[in-house]
Design a protein around this ligand. Sequence first.
Ligand SMILES: Cc1cc2nc3c(=O)[nH]c(=O)nc-3n(C[C@H](O)[C@H](O)[C@H](O)COP(=O)(O)OP(=O)(O)OC[C@H]3O[C@@H](n4cnc5c(N)ncnc54)[C@H](O)[C@@H]3O)c2cc1C
Length: 401
Amino acid sequence: MDFTVSEKMKTILGMIREFVDKELIPLEPEFLKKSMKEMEPVIEEKRRMVREMELWAPLHPEELGGMGLSLTEYALVAEALGYTWLGLYVFGCQAPDAGNIEILHKYGEPWQKERWLKPLVDGRIRSCFSMTEVDLPGSNPTWMETTAVKDGNEWVINGHKWFTSSADGAEVAIVMAVTNPGAGPYLQASMILVPTNTPGFNLVRNVPVMGHTGDQWHSHAEILYQNCRVPVENLLGPEGHGFVIAQDRLGPGRIHHAMRWIGIANRCFDLMCARALTRPITPDKHLADMQITRTWIAECAAEIQAARLMILHAAWTIETKGVKEAREEVSLIKFYTAGVLQRVMDKALQVHGGLGMTDDTPIASFFRGERAARIYDGADEVHKLSVAKRILREYQGRRIR
Ligand SMILES: Cc1cc2nc3c(=O)[nH]c(=O)nc-3n(C[C@H](O)[C@H](O)[C@H](O)COP(=O)(O)OP(=O)(O)OC[C@H]3O[C@@H](n4cnc5c(N)ncnc54)[C@H](O)[C@@H]3O)c2cc1C
């Protein structure tokens, strides 16, 4: 694998870093105090500037109005944008829209693309992905109670979901529901496009996450689907192929998340080093003079570097060999990077002492928002189990001396 960054990418990354520094980091104190609704005008202004710079939607195909970067190129962008909370959102590449755009592009019917894909890429509407259920384990997603039953020309959806991120104010939800209960476990569920103004789509609440309820894009909703009827044409992809399509969404999606986490880790690391150098601990010594602080800095630097290279390797594997061949690499980076992020955030917070617990730096908000990295898109334990299972399979019957 060649790690050289092309001249084109150097220019793009330089522009993005400058924009993040000048336009987005100064917005953070306001972002941490206000709702997304209140932030909307200023965010729209920044999005306009990004479009003018021709940096809008870096990961989406050119024919849809994006920049058409490759996965490894976009990984570098996600790292630069992850440095601040609003980065991905202002550049039009935020989850869950990014993943939904990918599957709509690949599996959507022409009319579905016309109605939802183009406005999503343009940033005119938002979407959400509604899979995890309240009463059943998200870690075992084939076990699902939400059903979609055909009644004439309509699907009738019933179920109780939660953690449907960004449902508040979204135009459309991609809902996973059991349509073929008699089929094998991986062929029972389908994806169905549900406009959020459909009767029976009931957003119960935005679920508070570590004290933060949020709104709009920055929220996680509990949703009751109660006899929610949509036309049969709203099926996305073939019937019973929900999990097949979900696999497509999750491979590259985990690269996007993991590189964004590296961006957050970089930010916390920078803040930690700056604080260590300037915080006196005795009249003639700073935190940076303490051996323990230096050890933490070195350990964090090594962990960030290791995770970053693993992610770039996983992205390269997806690009060169496909999502299926990269399954192990993707699982490795999912739990490893989430762990690195948590350890780096924790050390950075510790170095800041009481200040680290406040919202006067972004560290506490990153901690609050990203503890979940070890849970969403597959909990650590699930990824570790599947990696170990595959590794052990290779050792079966082998004589090791
Ligand atoms: C901030 C956030 C955003 C999210 N966004 C979305 C979204 O947009 N759409 C959506 O559909 N879902 C979303 N989710 C849900 C997420 O995908 C699930 O929380 C995740 O899949 C885990 O499912 P669960 O919460 O039901 O935990 P459970 O499945 O109940 O698991 C609980 C814990 O058990 C352990 N565990 C599970 N399986 C095993 C095993 N086999 N062996 C050993 N230990 C195990 C793990 O430690 C796990 O954390 C989000 C979650 C969070 C926290």
